[in-house]
Design a protein around this ligand. Structure first.
Ligand code: PHE
Length: 439
């Protein structure tokens, strides 16, 4: 096999994994889902899913990459030669590219807001919804920001796995935690913020519906980057890590902690200013600029906040693009640089469609949805759960138990983990998906 790049050590691998996990899922998706699904009640269900079966599923995905030391498609050629399993790799690559294409659009909005914050031109309260619609629907503005975001993603990948992905994550992740903590202090110091804390701590179980449960599962997969080939691809850059359970548990704990911190940064401020937490996806881009426009020192905190969102987004987007880069590079025997250019251009085409679907193409609908919404919902509600399901079936039923144990040999919990992967996870994923589709 060609000489592959790899992470320098397990700390670097952990930072890269945390970088992939923490992203717009934590800062943009989690707060609004929680806001519309009963606050603390949603958090409890979400955390239960993460620890009951998402960590084992993440371990299953990771072992495939680590054992094969290959990309998401090549992994199955190596582990199950001559079978149809390799086509599963295609699903992952396609899924990752689809997520990246709408992710780059939102990443672009983030850059746009960061730029507005730096140039002190964030909108005032009456202007916020207007500004948001300008940011997302004016073609040149949204296309440029999407392009710049995708370009930044590729530039990092040019520097390689160790020199690009790992180095960035090592610097950006600690910085991200620092930034969010500063914003939390500010948010908590606002008058009336205690109501927001109550919202985060007092569960309202009456707000829980079948849909809450499905959203919590989808969010857990999305946030932990499960079922998209990213964990697999990153795992293939980790050599001989025998403490896979600890590594992925740390990743999940950091990701969950950050989601809670994001809630703590956002909700108290939202309540302090009397805004409804159930504003939906606009929460981050419409409500927060309003919040910042009203607090003292708001422009400074706006810069910190949108810088944090940007860092979180870019360390996730590089993990998505890397799935395609590793696949194209290894399967079509292309040099890394060429593979990055080809995959980025491919993503760019789809990202342009996603971006335009917020403006000129907004009336073009497939299955009743704009391209942006279609990519968002099919990946989170369909490709990721199916990907996760295929992963647990592969590891639980196709791979030998001894092979799996060999990959996570030092874990005392390996029997429990294996049991969850083989029986509990498939049953749970199938029932939740069927349940969700029916309702
Ligand atoms: N986990 C990332 C987030 O929370 C998104 C992501 C999904 C990244 C799937 C990689 C793979 O924003």
């Amino acid at each position: 096999m060609v000489n592959r790049d790899s992470f320098a050590n397990s700390f670097g691998a952990l930072m890269a994994l945390v970088g992939s996990a923490i992203g717009l899922g934590n800062l943009w998706r989690f707060p609004y889902l929680m806001g519309t699904n009963g606050g603390a009640a949603f958090i409890i269900i979400y955390i239960a899913f993460v620890f009951l079966f998402c960590i084992p599923i993440a371990i299953a995905e990771f072992t495939i990459g680590q054992r094969s030391q290959s990309n998401a498609f090549g992994a199955f050629k190596i582990l199950a030669p001559g079978t149809k399993w390799r086509f599963m790799g295609i699903l992952f690559v396609l899924g990752a590219v689809m997520v990246l294409s709408f992710y780059s659009v939102v990443g672009g909005w983030t850059m746009d807001y960061l730029f507005q914050a730096i140039s002190l031109s964030l909108p005032s309260i009456s202007d916020a919804p207007n500004t948001f619609s300008k940011v997302i629907s004016s073609e040149y503005r949204s296309l440029i920001s999407t392009f710049v975001f995708l370009l930044s993603t590729s530039v990092i990948l040019f520097a390689g796995v160790k020199g690009g992905i790992e180095k960035c994550a090592k610097v950006m992740m600690p910085l991200l935690f620092l930034l969010i903590i500063v914003v939390i202090f500010k948010s908590l110091s606002l008058k009336g913020s205690s109501e927001g804390i109550e919202f985060l701590l007092k569960p309202d179980f009456s707000a829980i519906t079948a849909n809450t449960i499905l959203s919590a599962l989808g969010q857990a997969f999305f946030s932990l980057s499960i079922g998209m080939g990213t964990l697999m691809t990153y795992a293939s850059y980790v050599r001989k890590n025998k403490n896979v359970t600890a590594l992925l548990s740390k990743m999940a704990i950091a990701d969950t902690l950050f989601a809670l911190l994001a809630g703590l940064a956002i909700m108290p401020a939202v309540f302090a200013l009397g805004v409804s937490p159930s504003e939906g996806p606009g929460l981050l881009f419409i409500i927060l600029p309003e919040v910042f426009s009203q607090i003292s020192g708001g422009s400074f905190f706006a810069i910190l906040f949108f810088a944090a969102v940007f860092l979180a987004a870019i360390t996730s987007s590089i993990s998505l693009l890397e799935v395609a880069v590793a696949f194209i590079g290894e399967e079509f025997k292309m040099g890394r640089k060429k593979a990055i250019i080809v995959s980025s251009l491919f993503c760019l085409v789809l990202a342009v469609l996603c971006s335009l679907s917020q403006g000129v193409l907004s009336s073009f609908k497939l299955f009743g949805k704009t391209i942006f919404d279609l990519f968002d919902s099919t990946t989170a509600n369909f490709i990721m759960p199916i990907g996760a399901l295929l992963i647990v079936i592969f590891v639980g039923w196709k791979m030998k138990k001894t092979e799996f144990y060999d990959e996570i040999s030092t874990s005392k919990l390996k029997k429990v983990i294996y049991f969850i992967i083989k029986y509990i996870a498939p049953i749970a994923i199938i029932s939740i998906m069927v349940f969700g589709w029916i309702s």
